[in-house]
Design a binder for this molecule. Structure first.
Ligand code: DGL
Length: 269
């Protein structure tokens, strides 16, 4: 296999990273993809830094067996904790979702007040405020952890009165702080974007880092001479549990026909 034809490895704790895959397929339609969702160990957002780094390292070892040419961490929590550690160890390009999302938010805000909703891990790491202030130190950042959103999405309750009520409770305090831009700082959250958008109202711009992540990936691949402009594509999906359930969900949100999802004993890697 020529290096340029090698797949891009993408991973998340579960189905959330599919929002990034969806965007990569749209913007880089000739790239091959290998996806891993750690469905046996989701959620990552409530786990310690060391645990998330350990899980991320196992997943990267697995993806390397698929001879990937680059890796996208399609998970904000794993990006917050593990991106720098993995960067130091790998000799292929690797990107996360936080910086692309932060830049989009900085460009979108009009009143300089940005809200971040994310997992407890991402909020606790303070990575978004740090990266946003690198671009503009004047911006006020208000964060809110919304841990239940991940379970609601994994359960498939993306359009449900229970999700509406949970979202109303989480988002109330953010709205009181007069933000005009809200970053969906967990890759599961774009799957309940409609619910979130209805509650925050149309004056608040929602930022989905997936779009900008796919743009950054294209730029990176072009710089490295790894960008694949044409050719037949293949997409392979792996999970650590519940392959059938995952396949069903993936089929409902991706614009391609999927090959069956396969199980991987990820703790062996
Ligand atoms: N989708 C992930 C994120 O972006 C992780 C959610 C979780 O597993 O808690 O943070």
């Amino acid at each position: 296999m020529k290096e340029i034809d090698a797949p891009i490895g993408v991973f998340d704790s579960g189905v959330g990273g599919l929002t990034v895959v969806r965007e990569i397929i749209r913007q880089l339609p000739s790239e091959n993809i290998v996806y891993f969702g750690d469905t046996a160990r989701v959620p990552y957002g409530t786990k310690s830094r060391d645990t998330v780094i350990n899980y991320s390292e196992q997943i990267v070892h697995f993806l390397m067996t698929k001879e990937v040419k680059a890796i996208v961490i399609a998970c904000n929590t794993a990006t917050s904790y593990a991106l720098d550690v993995l960067k130091d160890k790998l000799d292929i390009p690797i990107i996360g979702v936080v910086r692309p999302g932060a830049i989009t938010a900085v460009n979108a805000t009009r009143n300089g007040r940005i809200g971040i909703i994310a997992t407890e891990g991402t909020v606790g790491s303070k990575i978004y405020p740090r990266v946003i202030r690198e671009y503009n130190p004047e911006i006020q950042v208000v964060q809110k952890a919304c841990p239940l959103f991940v379970s609601l999405v994994e359960e498939g309750w993306t359009n449900d009165p229970v999700t509406d009520e949970v979202a109303r409770r989480y988002l109330r305090s953010l709205l009181d702080s007069n933000i005009d831009t809200l970053v969906l700082g967990c890759t599961h959250y774009p799957l309940i974007r409609k619910t979130i958008g209805r509650i925050v109202g149309e004056d608040v711009t929602l930022v989905n880092p997936a779009y900008e992540t796919a743009c950054s990936l294209r730029t990176l691949l072009q710089q490295e001479g790894l960008y694949r402009e044409s050719g037949k594509t293949s997409y392979h999906f792996f999970v650590s549990d519940g392959a059938e359930r995952f396949s069903k969900f993936a089929n409902s949100i991706l614009p391609v026909d999927l090959v069956p999802t396969r199980l991987v004993p990820i703790e062996n890697y």
